[in-house]
Design a protein around this ligand. Structure first.
Ligand code: CP
Length: 292
């Protein structure tokens, strides 16, 4: 595996290999890379978790992290993504981790670029490292994927997490259902009421409402969204005893979920963040090992 761009490109076998390696790292295994690789994190959109988690993972497997401040780079003078990444390659980078607001920005890096590219989120396209850490979290909980009911709730059409997870989970044998207002379903067939879904879901995966990607529906009301689609105390009580709550975060507290439920017993929201470091170590190790 030279790059990680989309969950569409990963086979189930590659997914299981990454999950296994992540588990090994969680259990204390050390990196087997033969040298310190030079990597940089190019984040052209805001991030707390993904950027910091990648940087932690890079350091844990012995990479040299070259600082790159997207908000103070020559991209602001109009330099293209290709020229930015090619420049870093000539400086001596081995891999770049990129988040950008354009869907499939990575297409312009497919030819002529020799550094490895890890997609840390492209617009409303894909978020493969988040998807892999979500898969890791689900597999750690249930020890399987086959036959699970996963309900993805919220701003589906703007969510790269929903798209990456829908692709991967379905291929792994999960029954994936969507719940959202009709105008946010995008390419997916969605339910519009919790009643059909709340009692048999093994995983309720909530999504952040991405106001920054909304160009219509300015009349959106947080209160009415919460009432219709939010995870309330009453709905949480109707969940199966061993069902879990996930959210890629950041969370809009009291919109997607009642604030007090964010750290309730069945919530794995902060465990997802912790798992993300091991999963990103596994992604980096797999890609960098492939360069040896
Ligand atoms: N889940 C996620 O991608 O969070 P950040 O935007 O903080 O990286």
């Amino acid at each position: 595996m030279r790059n990680l761009l989309s969950m569409e490109h990963l086979t189930n076998e590659e997914v299981y290999q990454i999950l296994k390696l992540a588990s090994d790292f969680e259990n204390g295994e050390q990196s087997k890379l033969s040298k310190s690789y030079n990597v940089a994190n190019l984040f052209f959109e805001p991030s707390t978790r993904t950027k910091t988690s990648f940087e932690m993972a890079e350091r844990k497997i012995g990479c040299t992290v070259i600082p790159f401040d997207a908000g103070f780079s020559s991209a602001l003078k109009g330099e293209t993504m290709y020229d930015t990444v090619k420049t870093l390659e000539m400086i001596g980078l081995d891999a770049v981790i990129v988040r950008a607001k354009e869907d499939e920005y990575y297409n312009e890096l497919l030819e002529g670029i020799n550094v490895s590219v890890i997609n840390a989120g492209d617009g409303a396209g894909q978020h493969p490292s988040q998807s892999l850490l979500d898969l890791y979290t689900i597999h750690k909980e249930f020890g399987k994927f086959e036959g699970l009911n996963v309900t993805i709730v919220g701003d589906i059409s703007h969510s790269r997490v929903a798209k990456s997870n829908a692709t991967a989970l379905k291929r792994l044998g999960v029954n994936v259902r969507f719940l959202c207002p009709p105008e946010w379903a995008g390419e997916f067939e969605a339910h519009h009421s919790w009643d059909e879904l709340i009692e048999d879901s093994d995983v309720i995966m909530l999504l952040r409402i991405q106001h920054e990607r909304h160009h219509v529906n300015k009349s959106f009301s947080k209160e009415s969204y919460h009432e219709q689609y939010g995870l309330t105390f009453e709905r949480e009580k109707r969940m199966k005893p061993n069902a879990i709550i996930m959210h890629p975060a950041p969370v809009n507290r009291d919109v997607e979920i009642v604030s007090e439920l964010v750290e309730c017993k069945r919530s794995r929201i902060f465990d997802q963040v912790r798992n993300g470091v091991f999963v990103r170590m596994a992604i980096l190790e797999t890609i960098l090992k492939g360069r040896e």
